[in-house]
Structure formats: C-alpha cells, structure tokens
Ligand binder design. Structure first.
Ligand code: NDP
Length: 255
C-alpha cells in the first residue's frame, strides 16, 4: 500500500451510515466499503440493495433497523454494532427528510418532524457514538449531513423547516468539534447542493428547470461526487480538520 493509499484507507475501521439504504447514503456507504471499512447501515426500512452491492464489490456490510429520532432504537443499534464489529470509528449522520411547503401551509407537526429527523436525529446519533468513542478512547470521525440550504435560502420552493434544520446542523457540528477536540474526535459537516437521488427524483420537472440557471455548473451533482470529500473527512488524512463544513454545490452558494 502506498503512502497516499494508507492515508486515505479505512481498513480495519467500522463506519456507520444512517439512511444508507438508498440515495447519497448508499453511494457513500459503497465508497467507505471500497476504502476498506466494514459498513453498518442504520435506517427504518431495509438496505438489502446496499449490502448486496457492497458484498459484490468484495466489501463487508450489514443493516440494523433503526429510527434515528428514537434514542432507545439508536442505543440498541450501537450496542449491537459493538457486539458484532467491536468498534465505531466513523459515523456518517446522513438520514434526512425535506418538505416543500410554504410556512403557512406547513403545520407545526410538519416543522417538528423535519427538525426531529434532520437535527435531533443527528444529535442523538452523534451523542451516542461520541460517548462510546470517549469511553473507549477511539479517535473517531463524525460527519453530519448538512446542505447548502443551511447557508442560503433555496428558490422557488419554500422549505423553511429544512433550511433551518440544516443551518442548525452546521453549528451543532462546530459545537461538538470544539467540545470533543480534547478526546481526538473530529466532527465535520458536508453541504451538498442539488444531488440527483430518489429524494430529488420526486421533484417536478418545472422546479428542476427553475434550478438550472441558478447553478453555475448548470447541472445537479452526482452522489458519486460526494465520495472523495466524504472519504477525506472520514480518514486519517483529515487529522487536523474539525468543525469544517465542506460545500459541494457546483458553485451555487457563490452567487
Ligand atoms: P433519500 O430520501 O434518498 O434518503 C434518505 C434516507 O434517510 C433514507 O435511506 C431513509 O431511510 C433515511 N431516513 C429518513 N428518516 C429516517 C429516520 N427517522 N431514521 C432512520 N433513517 C431515516 O435522501 P438523499 O439521499 O437525497 O439525502 C440524504 C441526505 O442528504 C439528507 O440528509 C438530505 O437532507 C441531504 N441532502 C440531500 C441533497 C439532495 O439534493 N438530494 C442535497 C443536500 C443535502 P428509511 O426511510 O428507510 O428510514
């Protein structure tokens, strides 16, 4: 293994990917597995497709049914991972939902649901994993899924709850990075722009057409284009990177 391969390797590491049954999580889970990690997918429905893709590539993965908004469910999943895999080294806190609604259309329950999954869910998983890392002296890496929507307001669709949740994820990330620095745990976030996934496939064509002129690269990103920055944040190459938000948005937020 070359110096560079070693630096970017996840060999011997156990990596959690929440919401890894499809979309960005599935693609990044495959990326982590091909860098040598054993990958554990946490989501409410199954992840057979992700697990079999990883196994076909020659990697190792399994799925645990988990609701990230439920602390008991997360604690049980993490306990099972420790029993089965012996460690938790990398966490990609990716599970998330988005509701396109104006603020007057949305109910309070809608707002709370988005905050519950996108912010509180990431907090529950990060806190539980961080506790295990501290107790076991694991110098782990936690990567929280934010979004460019945490820094800008998307148009023409309204999604106040989503934007607010992602802005909070970015600052929660900074807070945890500082709080856990003395334990050698790194906490970063990633902020993609529009990425082609099942979440965005449901988007009406007229909305996609409205987005294109706003993206300097005039296209959506591919989930695969998130693997390199994710791998960087996950592995030892990023030893001095913590509290950062890595923006991967085709230059959208520069405008
Ligand atoms: P998808 O809808 O394709 O996937 C979302 C995943 O989250 C699913 O696997 C789903 O699994 C899981 N999930 C949702 N709620 C829960 C829950 N309560 N507990 C556990 N898992 C849950 O979305 P994307 O791949 O498009 O997005 C992934 C992340 O990336 C999200 O956080 C999103 O906000 C963010 N993002 C997406 C962008 C895009 O353009 N696609 C742009 C910027 C950020 P299940 O339903 O089985 O639980």
């Amino acid at each position: 293994m070359s110096y560079l391969e070693k630096m970017f390797s996840l060999a011997g590491k156990v990596a959690i990917v929440t919401g890894g049954g499809r979309g960005i999580g599935q693609v990044v889970a495959r990326g982590f597995a091909s860098a040598g990690a054993e990958v554990v997918i946490l989501s409410r429905s199954g992840a057979d497709e992700t697990v079999s893709l990883i196994e076909k590539d020659g990697g190792r993965a399994y799925h645990i049914t988990t609701d990230v908004t439920n602390e008991e469910s997360v604690d049980a999943a993490l306990a099972e991972i420790l029993k089965r895999s012996g460690s938790i080294d990398v966490v990609f806190n990716n599970a998330g939902i988005c509701k396109h609604q104006s603020t007057f259309e949305a109910t309070l329950a809608d707002f709370r649901e988005v905050i519950d999954v996108n912010l509180t869910g990431e907090y529950i998983v990060a806190r539980a994993a961080g506790k295990i890392m501290v107790e076991r002296g694991i110098k782990g890496s936690i990567i929280n899924m934010a979004s460019m929507s945490g820094g800008i307001v998307n148009i023409p669709q309204w999604q106040c709850s989503y934007n607010a949740s992602k802005a909070a994820v970015i600052h929660m990330t900074r807070s945890l990075a500082v709080e856990w620095a003395e334990h050698g745990i790194r906490v970063n976030s990633i902020s993609p722009g529009y990425i082609g996934t099942p979440m965005s496939a449901d988007t009406p064509q007229e909305l996609r057409d409205a987005w294109m002129p706003l993206i300097p690269m005039h296209r959506m990103g591919k989930p695969e284009e998130l693997i390199p920055p994710m791998l960087y944040l996950a592995c030892d190459a990023a030893g001095y990177t913590s509290g950062s938000d890595v923006i991967v948005d085709g230059a959208y937020t520069c405008l």
